[in-house]
Design a protein around this ligand. Structure first.
Ligand code: PMP
Length: 386
């Protein structure tokens, strides 16, 4: 090993000793199963919340579309150069129409979205108020911002209000940033409270990341804002295609002026190759069918409440109100041991450790999909896990 790399090796050793070393897991997918080391395990770690990625019939239907064979596998350019194929505009028009809003902008991933929007929209006259538990991609975006940021205690909107009382007059614009379903606790942001704050403070803009709610919540699967009837109140309503929508990329629903501003200023849109048209067409194919997946949404809601209730009966702390259900162990070493035990019993659950979650709150994260059935949940909650 070169001397210059020795400190990396030492850090890796330290991570290993504390149970925090990460490795890239291997596994083959087969419907709701994952096969690793010759063992078949129920996949309880996937973001394929509606079971669409595992649905071969849908894929075959898509492959048979007449225009399918002419879709390029690369856009070969940024959208601002030659990468803006017609299919992008079709998808954005469809999104804007479904949400009943002026416009939508499609981006390469949720990470590009969250690390790019705030740096584009914030200047020194901007204050960002971000929930303590927002996703790493949002935190990275905030780090790139010129404005000031205050992280408020998770879901503590009284604290947000106090900050607004003290600080609002000093700033031209204030972003309140949250996820709608939190990725690691599965709890829900009370969007109506955010909307009340916005009504009270005219300089407030709401930024809501619906990565884990799109597809899953709302009458038509548009997310928690649809369920709460406040789509029109969220200034930056963000969704991703890579989870329940079984594709890749992300989108923001916003007013036309914001879209135009982002096209001009958002570095993670301007300086990256656009998504391949074939993927964009698949996203459109799924979006067109999204309202029809109501049965899958209802089934997912049913099995999720089964698991949450079973865990709560075992005395586990249960913040979740969704299909993302944590089993908090505290120490990383415990989380690793519990995950290994679950895997031995045929349930593919992974340990989640700092820095993904705060120190001392390591956990197993069960993320349920509509591909599971209630007997799977019964087996899982049977103490012996057979
Ligand atoms: N936002 C949240 C809340 C997420 O959990 C994730 C991914 N886990 C992202 C954004 C990033 O999305 P993508 O995977 O499309 O980059």
């Amino acid at each position: 090993m070169r001397d210059v790399c020795k400190s990396y090796a030492a850090e890796l050793e330290r991570l290993k000793e504390s149970g925090s070393l990460r490795i890239l897991p291997q596994g083959q997918h087969s419907g709701k199963w994952i096969v690793s080391g010759g063992r078949w395990m129920l996949n309880l770690s996937s973001n394929d919340y509606l079971g669409l990625a595992a649905d071969n019939r849908l894929r075959e239907e898509f492959m048979q579309l007449p225009y399918m064979t002419s879709l390029p596998f690369s856009s070969s350019s940024s959208r601002l150069l030659t990468g803006n194929f017609d299919i992008y505009n079709t998808l954005e028009e469809k999104l804007a129409a479904m949400y009943g809003r002026e416009s939508a902008l499609v981006l390469s991933s949720g990470y590009h979205m969250n690390s790019g929007i705030l740096p584009a929209l914030c200047d020194r006259d901007t204050l960002i108020l971000a929930d303590k538990l927002v996703h790493a991609s949002l935190i990275d975006g905030i780090r790139l911002c010129e404005g000031r940021c205050i992280r408020f205690r998770h879901q503590d909107y009284d604290q947000v209000e106090n900050i607004l009382v003290k600080e609002a007059a000093a700033y031209g614009r204030i972003f309140i940033v949250t996820e709608s379903i939190f990725s690691m606790d599965g709890d829900l942001a009370p969007l109506h409270r955010l909307v009340e704050l916005k009504r009270k403070w005219p300089s407030v803009m709401l930024y809501v990341d619906e990565a884990h709610a799109v597809g899953v919540r709302g009458e038509n699967g548009l997310g928690l804002a649809e369920e709460c009837g406040c789509i029109g109140d969220i200034d930056l309503l963000c969704g991703t295609f890579g989870k329940a929508l079984a594709s890749v990329g992300a989108y923001v629903i916003c007013d036309r002026v914001i879209r135009e501003y982002l096209v001009n200023k958002m570095r993670t849109l301007i300086f990256t190759t656009a998504l391949p048209p074939v993927n964009v067409a698949w996203s459109l194919f799924i979006m067109e069918r999204l309202p029809q997946f109501r049965e899958r949404r209802e089934h997912l809601a049913r099995i999720s409440s089964m698991l949450r209730e079973a865990f709560a009966m075992q005395g586990l702390l249960m913040p979740s109100e969704s299909h993302i259900i944590p089993m908090i162990t505290g120490s990383s070493a415990d989380a690793v041991l519990r995950a290994e035990e679950m895997q031995r019993k045929g349930f593919y659950v992974l340990p989640i450790r700092p820095p993904t979650v705060p120190e001392g709150t390591s956990r197993l994260r069960f993320s349920l999909t509509a591909a599971l059935d209630s007997s799977d949940i019964e087996r899982l909650t049977d103490k012996n896990g057979r």
